[in-house]
Ligand binder design. Structure first.
Ligand SMILES: [Zn+2]
Length: 414
């Protein structure tokens, strides 16, 4: 125990020294670290907390951070040119208003002193379990570290479930507002669809969000399994159709997000990588393909008909490949949303197009997209003309939404 205390004290001294060193080049230094019991300062939970707030702080402060490894818990340090008072104001807002802001500490340092809540005439932070001043509970060790950890874990998981569902909805919305987008439904037009418009899509959103939250919650339960997930999916599919008056707006997106979200959250929670998430998806999709493509199941959907008629695996094959249509080029910061759609279409076997046309048309469209890509989308007019072709690649659109989702959340994976 004494050795541990010595280690923690030494780590704290090192942090102070690092701050002093950084203050030589910047007038204000911000340190992000976790506010969780010492025995739990390492592992997936503190890493998740640090990733969430580092991303948030980067967008607020426009400054890259340096991560430091420490026996007292890893931390991030930001060198800033803003005044300490302005930075501290933002930090207090985050600590007090972010749903899990109570589990982090944001210390602001300026020359010679730490800029504290007291300097802002703010009362001391309270303990999240009993609302006493936090320093009192810490000093008197009022709470068992296990109780504190369980509370932080529960709240962080609830936050992740809510925010991953929310990010999914934002991604689907962004796809819906992507234009030009061939003959897909968008905010600009109904494209080649005569029976639906953007209102049908928006009507499905509340049902989709609840469904996604259900799958994410299932993912963290010890008895999570694919069979129960698909059972829940079938029920929600009915609710979705009801919300859109029988029009199919999101069957594909619901399937693809519904399968990805639970494995994505499991990998975040286990502190694993995007690569590892894709391995899980491949395994789950292979099982689904095996079950669905078996002769025992009657082909009633576009995907199954395409398989039995042309051996094209569609979205199941896409998932089984580890989302190759996305990860063959992901991430790509300079492409527009429409260009990303072209890249996906060049690679995916979109069974919605096979239903409307024939596999040869799908191949011709893929070749056209590959040619555009090879020219690096240089011929703007040609790209625009192509994007206005009246085809409705619904499967590629679902993958585009999934791309937006990965772009906004992949910092949570290792
Ligand atoms: Zn307390």
């Amino acid at each position: 125990m004494t050795a541990d205390i010595d280690l923690f004290l030494k780590a704290k001294e090192e942090r102070v020294a690092n701050v002093q060193k950084a203050l030589k080049t910047h007038p204000t230094i911000l340190v992000l670290h976790t506010n969780i019991p010492s025995v739990h300062k390492h592992g997936a939970l503190p890493n998740i907390l640090l990733s969430i707030f580092d991303k948030l702080l980067k967008t607020l402060l426009h400054t890259p951070a340096q991560r430091y490894l420490s026996a007292d818990g890893d931390y991030y340090m930001y060198g800033l040119n803003q005044e300490a008072i302005a930075v501290k104001k933002t930090c207090i807002f985050l600590e007090e208003n972010h749903p899990i802001g109570r589990f982090i500490d944001l210390d602001v340092h300026q020359k010679n002193a730490r800029f504290t809540r007291k300097d802002m005439n703010k009362p001391e932070r309270t303990c999240f379990l009993c609302e006493q001043p936090a320093s009192v509970c810490r000093r008197e060790q009022t709470h068992d570290p296990k109780t504190l950890y369980a509370y932080i874990k529960e709240k962080t998981q609830a936050f992740l479930i809510e925010s991953l569902a929310q990010e999914s909805m934002l991604a689907l919305r962004k796809e819906l507002f992507t234009y030009p987008c061939f003959g897909l439904v968008s905010h600009r037009s109904s494209g080649m669809h005569k029976d639906m418009n953007i209102s049908h899509f928006l009507s499905a959103f509340p049902v989709l969000k609840e469904a996604f939250k259900q799958y994410l919650t299932m993912a963290l339960e010890p008895d999570f399994n694919l069979r129960d997930l698909r059972k829940a999916g079938k029920m929600n599919e009915q609710a979705l159709l009801k919300a859109t008056d029988g029009i199919n707006t999101h069957k594909g997106a619901h399937f693809i997000f519904g399968l990805c979200l639970p494995y994505y959250l499991q990998n975040i929670w286990a502190n694993k990588s995007l690569h590892h998430f894709l391995i899980d998806i491949k395994t789950a999709a292979a099982k689904i393909a095996r079950d669905d493509f078996s002769k025992k199941i009657k082909a009633t959907t576009d995907g199954l008909i395409a398989y039995h008629k042309y051996q094209i695996k569609g979205v199941r094959g896409e998932l089984e490949s580890g989302l190759n249509s996305i990860f063959d080029w992901y991430p790509h910061k300079t492409l527009s949303a429409s260009q990303k759609l072209c890249k996906i279409l060049a690679r995916s076997e979109d069974t919605t197009l096979i239903k409307a046309y024939h596999p040869t048309t799908l191949r011709a469209i893929q070749d056209c997209m590959k040619a555009l890509e090879a020219s690096e989308f240089k011929y703007e007019k040609k790209v625009q003309r192509c994007l206005k072709t009246m085809i409705s690649p619904g499967g590629a659109a679902d993958l585009l939404a999934l791309t937006f989702f990965f772009e906004s959340t992949d910092h949570l994976l290792k």
